[in-house]
Write a protein that binds this ligand. Structure first.
Ligand code: ADP
Length: 319
């Protein structure tokens, strides 16, 4: 990598205000659950990933997003700007800022409904100039035709494309063909491939690199024919909201800065484990220094205890 090699990340995607209620358990269909106090946090997969890329990953980061002209937009803008993300902001007069209604159960799991609002107004030709951009990071909370157009334009400009295929939906072959790195959780991988068996599903996806996140167990990846495993970092999880987003942002930040794939996976697992130890979406994303500290601790063979003991020394055996 030379001094002129592009190192920045462009995230194009969603930004929401999350309305979060903690409850003993998430409601089943038809059930009403009495929760506890309401809290609001800036969220949305795109914005969470952009903030993770900048704050936890330490990469120069820009984001294309759309917000309404309402009071819900302000905390989202402030969170991103304070996190060091440069914004390409489309203001949408006729739609509300995107909102998400989140129930966080006492075991740390969550259930979410999103009202996309202004996010649905993004178009293929909204993508800004790609000068200095090494990676484009996309999700599926934006209109699918816009996502496909962004991927195509980035590929044509020599920019690598990462897609977090969440929320799960069928992907047109024309989009999959533009993807260098696909990131999914277990449910999304099963939905994408129609295969319940993890190994078979991982082998079936046609992208050159695929990562499947496995919650507390870390992640499994396939890169150019090799299979890699990164164990999770043991933490006391209180809220797993944005764990996957933190993983995606930090993984792509590390790749944009020239780290190898195995190192990038390890950094992503460390950062996303830390994100599980705090409530909220963007509020839970750790700093670069906190990620470094956990990675350093994990590499220290003399480390003897505490609540953040990494499992088993963070190595990635090929499997
Ligand atoms: P998603 O949030 O998209 O469903 P996962 O649940 O697989 O994705 O979590 C993403 C990543 O966050 C995992 O690969 C792991 O590194 C980390 N993670 C999630 N839950 C935990 C946990 N309980 N303890 C430690 N790390 C976790």
């Amino acid at each position: 990598m030379t001094a002129n090699t592009p190192r920045s990340v462009l995230v194009a995607g969603s930004a929401n205000l999350d309305f979060v209620v903690r409850a003993a358990h998430a409601p089943a269909p038809g059930e009403t659950v009495l929760g506890r106090e309401l809290a609001t946090y800036p969220g949305g997969k795109g914005a969470n990933q952009a903030l993770a890329c900048a704050r936890a990953g330490g990469a120069p980061t820009r984001m294309l997003l759309a917000l309404g002209e309402d009071a819900h937009a302000e905390p989202i803008e402030r969170s991103l700007r304070e996190g060091g993300v440069r914004l390409h902001l489309r203001r949408v007069r006729e739609r509300a800022t995107g909102s998400a209604f989140v129930c966080v159960a006492d075991d740390g799991e969550n259930a979410i409904v999103v009202a996309p609002g202004a996010n649905a107004a993004l178009r293929g030709d909204d993508l800004p100039a790609l000068d200095g951009v090494a990676w484009l990071l996309l999700q599926l909370e934006s209109p699918l035709d816009a996502v496909a157009a962004w991927a195509q334009r980035a590929r044509a400009a020599g920019v690598a494309v990462a897609l977090n295929a969440a929320p799960a939906q069928a992907l047109p072959a024309a989009l999959l063909e533009q993807i260098d790195l696909l990131i999914v959780n277990e449910g999304e991988l099963a939905a994408l491939t129609g295969l319940a068996d993890l190994d078979a599903a991982l082998a079936a996806v046609r992208a050159p690199r695929v990562v499947v996140t496995l919650g507390a167990r870390g992640c499994l990846a396939r890169a150019d024919g090799a299979r890699l495993r990164q164990h999770g970092f043991a933490v006391a999880a209180v809220d797993t909201t944005a764990a996957g987003d933190t993983f995606c942002g930090v993984l792509v930040a590390a790749l944009a800065q020239g780290h190898g794939f195995e190192t990038a996976l390890r950094r992503a697992c460390a950062a996303s484990a830390l994100a599980c130890t705090r409530p909220g979406a963007q509020t839970s994303i750790p700093s670069h220094a906190e990620v470094e500290a956990l990675l350093h601790t994990a590499a220290d063979p003399d480390f003897a205890g505490g609540t953040s003991v990494p499992t088993p020394s963070g190595q990635i055996p090929a499997i």
